[in-house]
Structures are given as structure tokens and as C-alpha cells.
Design a protein around this ligand. Structure first.
Ligand code: R2B
Ligand code: URA
Length: 309
């Protein structure tokens, strides 16, 4: 039938460079990265980005700016951390900051928003001929049976049917891609957490949904078509398959990174325990501290990799 599924074959990668899997790109004279306001003819991408070794993406533009400033401090880079400027200044779709070998970019909320950003980011890193870098998503999530503030490093990113795959409709057909992440990087992140105070961290599955309210089984949206017991049953089912947190970008992030041969990890803090409620009622200052935890963890990882700790 028209909706027949195509499962993309997995190709093992031997080379450290990115595998953009699009033959049409080679025939293009210029590539305009529209949502970044960057392009191959207007910018010298290898010169601007060639030395990148760590790329961190997260939902909010402000948070990704503070992350860049935090990294500037942590790596003791020359200059003033307040001088960190938005490379995508000409557009307000996404924000991008570069501090030494670290690139920090915002991706907005949800699969479509991060997916557009990742297409352009992966092409950017390809045009810049970046090699051997790691891509992290640092974000927030709802916890499933965890104390609020726990950081979850994603083992498998799963969809709302608990399958480790990402489905995309292409030309009216469903394409399915694997969402497996890099096991080595996850383990290294867990090791890093054990060297830090106040960053309680576990490895678990992350469920990715297309909605924050009904799509995550919340009872407090503008619409709700199910009972409290239905909600709890779904969350219990999720928990039993290994799901420990819920957010809105991990499956497409994992699938695109894997398909392009990019080492990637998802690190999200939980803001609440969904078995206890749906509203995020935690005081603002506590939420701010929680959101710093993935940043502190990834910063420690980066510093270790650079031999600074
Ligand atoms: C986590 O938080 C956002 C929703 O509040 C969404 O982008 C996500 O994945
Ligand atoms: N982000 C989500 O997607 N869900 C939550 O419950 C909290 C943050």
C-alpha cells in the first residue's frame, strides 16, 4: 500500500568524517543554510568552524548562550565571556555561539524544529570539514519514576510506542531509521557524573513525543481525552520498558546522527516526576539549577577530553 514502510539499511562507517547522504549536494554550486543565515559562498565555513570538536544543542536560545559563556569560563579561554556573540544574528530562528572548540546552538521545541536545525548543522560541519567531533543534546524532560533534578543520559531514544526508531514521512511513504546512540560516550558521561557533586545521573531510555500535553499523557492541557488511571497505566508501561524520561527531540536527533555517522549523546535533566503530577510547579531558582546540571556534566566531559582535569 501507499504507506508501506521502508527501513533504511545500516552502513558501517570507517572514516571519521561525516557522511552526508545526499548525492544532490555535490551538484550544488552554493549551499545556503537559510535558517542559520550562513552559506558556502558568503562565509568561509572551514575557517569559521574547522576546529570544532564538541557541538552542544539545546532548546532555548538563552540557555545555549549561557552554556557558551559557562564553557568560556570553564576552559579559561582568553577574552571576556560577555563578548560571546550570536553567529546567526541575522535570523531569530536559531542562535549559535562558538567558544574555542565548542559550538553551542539552540534548536527550539519539537521534532520539526530540531530536524531543520540538524540538516543545516550537519551540512555546516560537512562543509567545514570537521572530523572527530561529538554532538550532545542537553535539555529538559519529564521524569518517569525519578526524583526531580535527576539527569538521564539516554540509552535508547524511543517513540511513543516504545520502539527505538524514528519514522518520517517522505514522498508519502514512511521511512524508519534506527535511534541507537553511542554507548561509549554514554558510559563516559556516567563516569563523569560520578566525579561531580550534585549531578545525580542515570542511564535510561528516553521517550520522544510530538506534544507536551496529551502526547505525553498530561491531564492539564486544553484537551484531554483520557482518565487519570489511563495516564498512569501508560506511564507504568513506559517505565516497564525502561523509559525514565520524556522529551520532544531525542528520536530524530539520534536517528539523524546515526545515519550520518556522528557520535552523539542525549543528556536531559528531569524537571518533575510524572507519577506525581503534570504541572511544572518547582520554584524558578530550583529549575534554573536543574537546567545547569546537563551543562555541568557535559562541560566536565569536554574538560576531561581536552586534558584540562
Ligand atoms: C523538553 O522541554 C521542551 C518542552 O517544554 C521540549 O523541547 C523538550 O524536549
Ligand atoms: N519537557 C518535556 O518535554 N516534558 C516535560 O514534562 C518537561 C520538559
Amino acid at each position: 500500500n501507499d504507506h508501506s514502510e521502508y527501513i533504511e539499511p545500516e552502513v558501517p562507517f570507517k572514516n571519521p568524517q561525516i557522511h552526508v547522504k545526499n548525492p544532490h549536494l555535490d551538484t550544488m554550486e552554493e549551499d545556503i543554510l537559510y535558517h542559520f543565515n550562513l552559506g558556502t559562498k558568503t562565509h568561509n565555513l572551514p575557517e569559521m568552524f574547522g576546529d570544532i570538536k564538541f557541538v552542544c544543542v539545546g532548546g532555548s536560545a538563552n540557555r545555549m548562550k549561557s552554556f557558551a559563556q559557562f564553557i568560556h569560563q570553564e576552559l579559561a579561554l582568553p577574552g571576556n565571556m560577555d563578548d560571546v556573540t550570536d553567529i546567526c544574528e541575522g535570523t531569530d530562528r536559531y542562535s549559535m555561539y562558538k567558544v574555542g572548540p565548542v559550538l553551542s546552538i539552540s534548536h527550539g521545541m519539537g521534532i520539526p524544529s530540531i530536524s531543520i536545525m540538524l540538516h543545516e548543522l550537519i551540512k555546516l560541519l560537512h562543509h567545514a570539514r570537521c572530523i572527530d567531533f561529538i554532538l550532545f543534546r542537553i535539555g529538559t524532560s519529564g521524569g518517569v519514576g525519578l526524583a526531580p533534578g535527576t539527569v538521564v543520559v539516554t540509552d535508547k531514544a524511543v517513540d511513543c510506542f516504545f520502539r527505538a526508531q524514528f519514522e518520517q514521512v517522505v514522498l508519502g511513504k514512511v521511512i524508519s531509521r534506527s535511534t541507537e546512540l553511542d554507548v561509549g560516550v554514554s558510559k563516559e558521561l556516567l563516569q563523569c557524573s560520578s566525579e561531580l557533586d550534585d549531578v545525580p545521573t542515570i542511564i535510561g531510555n528516553t521517550m520522544c513525543t510530538s506534544d507536551f500535553y496529551e502526547g505525553q499523557g498530561r491531564l492539564d492541557g486544553a484537551l484531554c481525552s483520557f482518565s487519570t488511571e489511563d495516564k498512569l497505566e501508560y506511564l507504568r508501561k513506559a517505565y516497564n520498558t525502561g523509559v525514565r524520561n520524556i522529551e520532544m527531540e531525542s528520536t530524530v536527533f539520534a536517528a539523524m546522527c546515526r545515519a550520518c555517522g556522528i557520535k552523539a549523546a542525549v543528556v536531559c535533566v528531569t524537571l518533575l516526576n510524572r507519577f506525581d503530577g503534570d504541572q511544572i510547579a518547582t520554584p524558578h531558582d530550583v529549575l534554573v539549577e536543574y537546567q545547569q546540571r546537563p551543562q555541568v556534566l557535559v562541560a566536565h566531559f569536554i574538560k576531561k577530553r581536552l586534558g584540562l582535569v
